[in-house]
Write a protein of this length. Structure first.
Length: 418
């Protein structure tokens, strides 16, 4: 692809007060009003007009700042004027995020009877191939499954990909990692070279910056006025330095006594630990669900639905849920395990304090995670506050109950394996 010219904007002036001012079609503006989406965010103010003008976009903004609608609105706007076969392909790293983006397209595109297909692993392959043959307007996909479909004999011809006008890379920092490289290459090889490419991420890295130099069209780059690893001002961040042996006890105390009614997401480092903690907290009488990559797709979707609707108060999950999931009512994020990458930390804590709401993030740091945690603080360019409300004497009062619950959970997992 040819090297494009580039324009760049850091931050955006807060002078636009309505979606009408962005140049969107009247039916799209009316749909926003009906959905109570009243005022565009700075990211939307900057990127939507540039998208409508035909430019490639690279947008970087902290979590919860409206990046999804920054591409959904102009794509549906263009589709409303010139509907055709597969109009846009949206790639995202996780299945759950794919379904969430599907919901956004269906809501915004309802006045024009938009057809949207989700193409992800865990669902029937042949049925998804047939969906693509029916030429939905929008395809929201994970790279692996879409690449698999593209490699089946004659599928490319049947899908009529020459009509694709937009390619979106959502959570691009993750999509550009080596694990997606082969699938992404397969997809890019068969798409029209003159498409518009829209790239969005909460964190900017070198691969995203290099991508701007290979855009076919003029490229508009938007970065928020915050630093590379910053979070929104409404987010309060804390840590607790505790021995590994009592980490579960401190987690239970936080959920039972410090935040007894708060909606919460707890991030853990493995599927096995996710299952064990889920059973432990359930035995302690907490209203919990879980989400990890070894669950069947229907169970994963049900967990997301349950916390969105308030059927459960606490969601235990691995990093499959750290990106893009928009659950506005989440008031607390707990890092049970400290992530190795600062960008992963940013995405995790970004599940709270969304859309102007306030939120807290508490990291449970064991003696073995201190160096990793300090590295995150250095990247964030500030030290987090110690959460001093948990008094050890009070926490340890529930230790016996927690240990009993942990033993019961372990036995149940062993019985399940047997």
């Amino acid at each position: 692809m040819s090297t494009s010219s580039m324009s760049k904007l850091v931050g955006a002036k807060d002078t636009v007060s309505s979606f009408e001012e962005l140049g969107l079609e009247k039916c799209i503006v009316e749909t926003c009003k009906a959905l109570n989406i009243q005022k565009p965010t700075p990211c939307q103010v900057a990127c939507i007009p540039q998208t409508l003008s035909g430019k490639d976009i690279i947008g970087s903004s902290e979590t919860g700042t409206g990046k999804t609608l920054s591409f959904v609105l102009p794509i549906v706007d263009k589709l409303s004027v010139d509907p055709c076969g597969i109009f846009a392909i949206v790639l995202t790293p996780t299945r759950e995020l794919a379904f969430q983006i599907y919901d956004q397209f269906k809501a915004i595109g309802s006045p024009i009877s938009i057809r949207v297909a989700v193409v992800v692993g865990g669902l029937e392959f042949i049925r998804q191939a047939l969906e693509l043959e029916n030429r939905p307007h929008i395809v929201v996909a994970t790279p692996g499954r879409l690449a698999d479909l593209f490699t089946v004999d004659d599928c490319i011809k049947r899908f009529h990909l020459q009509s694709v006008r937009f390619l979106v890379l959502d959570e691009a920092d993750r999509l550009l990692e080596d694990s997606f490289a082969s699938s992404l290459s397969t997809i890019l090889d068969v798409l029209p070279v003159n498409r518009q490419t829209l790239v969005y991420s909460a964190t900017m890295n070198d691969k995203i910056e290099l991508l701007s130099k290979s855009c076919y069209r003029e490229c508009f780059i938007y970065t928020s006025s915050f630093s590379k690893y910053s979070q929104v001002r409404e987010l309060e961040q804390f840590y607790l330095l505790i021995p590994l042996q009592v980490k579960t006890c401190y987690l239970a105390y936080l959920l039972l006594y410090e935040f007894p009614s708060s909606s919460c997401i707890v991030f853990v480092g493995s599927c096995k630990k996710c299952q064990h903690l889920y059973l432990t907290l359930e035995y302690l009488g907490l209203n919990v669900g879980m989400l990890h990559s070894k669950m069947k797709q229907i169970g994963r979707l049900q967990s997301v639905h349950n916390i969105q609707k308030g059927s459960i108060r606490i969601l235990l999950c691995t990093d499959v849920a750290s990106r893009g999931l928009d659950i506005p009512q989440v008031e607390l994020v707990v890092n049970y395990h400290i992530p190795s990458k600062p960008s992963t930390y940013v995405h995790r804590v970004g599940r709270t304090a969304r859309a102007g709401n306030r939120g807290k993030a508490i990291s449970l740091v064991s003696q073995f995670e201190v160096n990793t945690f300090h590295a995150i603080e250095q990247r964030l360019q500030h030290e987090l506050l110690e959460y001093d409300r948990c008094k050890e004497k009070e926490v340890l009062k529930i230790l016996t109950d927690v240990l009993k619950a942990e033993r019961k959970a372990k036995l149940k997992l062993l019985d399940t394996k047997a």
